[in-house]
Design a protein around this ligand. Structure first.
Ligand SMILES: C[S@@+](CC[C@H](N)C(=O)[O-])C[C@H]1O[C@@H](n2cnc3c(N)ncnc32)[C@H](O)[C@@H]1O
Length: 279
């Protein structure tokens, strides 16, 4: 891949997604683009870039971002976050819900990739909430910039290796074993799927479509690809989507040290919007 094509791609990806590929990823990007170029039947990366330079249609730019970004994820990734949610955040939120008049518990998995994160959240809620607040309804919004991973998330089908990270009783309660052509695969059970609402959303470009704030936001392992000003802007956007006393979880390698933000640090990679002062 020519240096000038790499700089063009780098700039386009940054402009549309704020993913900062940096100056040293030419080889990696070239390998990832190769697949996209073959799928679109262009003769070379240079031809593909020529096409993007002249037209840059929205759909293809989305596919490009998809091709160069990483969607790596797994069930209960950074498990201490799910422990914190279960043992600290949920009891705290359930205890405050009456005085704050929260009719529904709302969570948002921002940058949800292929769905492992929001389904892990759904499992924690399904397990923990009956004992804490059995009559509290809940829902999870799950968004990502990539339509490809969202389609996977919506299908909710995972192979044996992916689900094997969870204890057998959890797999049995929340997943259906496939048979015939789906032998070896597992699908999240319908009642779990019905709690998770997927939508495409660019965290740094699009207007946020939510009319109600969230008690919990997971925005993990995506900020790492953004530069400092973009991270700062995003954390402020997310903070505005939290109820007072709501929690923001970021990836463990994404500590907000050095990023100006209005949140309190309450646990490694967990932040909280200050609760409203009592009148
Ligand atoms: C490494 S995955 C993280 C998945 C999950 N949150 C986790 O921690 O396992 C990063 C995800 O961020 C998404 N992403 C990248 N840029 C984005 C943007 N500007 N807006 C929304 N999602 C974005 C990618 O498509 C990818 O699915």
């Amino acid at each position: 891949m020519r240096a000038s094509d790499y700089e063009f791609i780098r700039h386009l990806v940054y402009e549309r997604s704020r993913i900062d590929l940096g100056p040293d990823k030419r080889e990696l990007v070239s390998a990832r683009l190769g697949k996209r170029v073959r799928a679109t039947r262009f003769a070379s990366i240079a031809d593909y870039c020529l096409f993007l330079r002249s037209e840059a249609p929205e759909d293809e730019v989305a596919n490009l971002i998809d091709a160069v970004s990483t969607n790596h994820t797994y069930f209960f990734r950074e498990s201490s976050h799910f422990d914190f949610l279960r043992t600290v955040a949920l009891p705290d939120l359930a205890g405050r819900r009456r005085q704050t008049y929260w009719p529904q518990l709302r969570l948002w998995s921002a940058a949800c990739s292929s769905g492992e994160e929001p389904y892990s959240l759904a499992i924690v809620l399904a397990e923990a909430l009956p004992a804490l607040a059995a009559d509290w309804s809940w829902r999870i919004e799950a968004t990502d910039i990539s339509r490809r991973v969202l389609a996977q998330a919506q299908a909710a089908i995972y192979d044996e290796k992916a689900v094997s990270r969870m204890p057998p009783d959890i797999i049995q309660r929340y997943f259906q074993r496939g048979y015939g052509p789906q032998e070896g695969n597992y699908r999240a059970k319908r009642f779990l799927q019905e709690r998770v609402f997927f939508a495409q959303l660019n965290l740094v470009g699009d207007a946020l479509p939510f009319s109600e704030p969230f008690q919990v936001i997971f925005c993990r392992n995506v900020m790492i690809y953004f530069d400092r000003p973009t991270q700062e802007e995003l954390v402020h956007r997310l903070a505005r989507q939290l109820v007072p006393g709501g929690y923001l979880f970021v990836g463990h390698s994404e500590s907000l040290t050095g990023v100006r933000h209005p949140l309190q640090s309450v646990h490694p990679a967990v932040y909280r919007r200050p609760p409203a002062a009592r009148p």
